[in-house]
Design a protein around this ligand. Structure first.
Ligand SMILES: [Zn+2]
Length: 109
């Protein structure tokens, strides 16, 4: 089995074009952004608290996924925006069905 890696690079612009509260985001694509682009959200929150992360699928399909950090969601991370690690497996329910991990700023699958 081939091991793939893609660097997680913080996107200079929001990846989501609008705030989405449901899993509708699985239908979103950003093929104009690089695979592995990430964006911590919300960056513009008044309390400056990062509650989740949006990422462009590392596989290259352009699919956008979103994870929500505890206590608001199920995911936990190392609170390092430069070398993020998420302690759960990442996956897409639809489309490419990508499954992988984000460890020390690198997507691995
Ligand atoms: Zn994909």
């Amino acid at each position: 089995m081939i091991r793939h890696t893609t660097l997680a690079v913080v996107s200079p612009e929001p990846i989501m074009r609008r705030r989405i509260a449901t899993f509708d985001h699985d239908l979103m694509f950003r093929r104009d952004l690089n695979a592995g682009n990430i964006r911590f959200v919300p960056l513009d929150d008044p309390v400056n608290e990062i509650r989740g992360m949006t990422y462009v699928c590392p596989c290259g399909c352009g699919g956008v996924s979103h994870v929500i950090f505890k206590p608001y969601g199920d995911f936990s991370w190392n609170c390092n925006v430069n070398k993020p690690t998420i302690y759960q497996i990442l996956y897409r329910y639809v489309g490419c069905k990508w499954i992988g991990e984000l460890i020390n700023g690198e997507f691995i699958w």
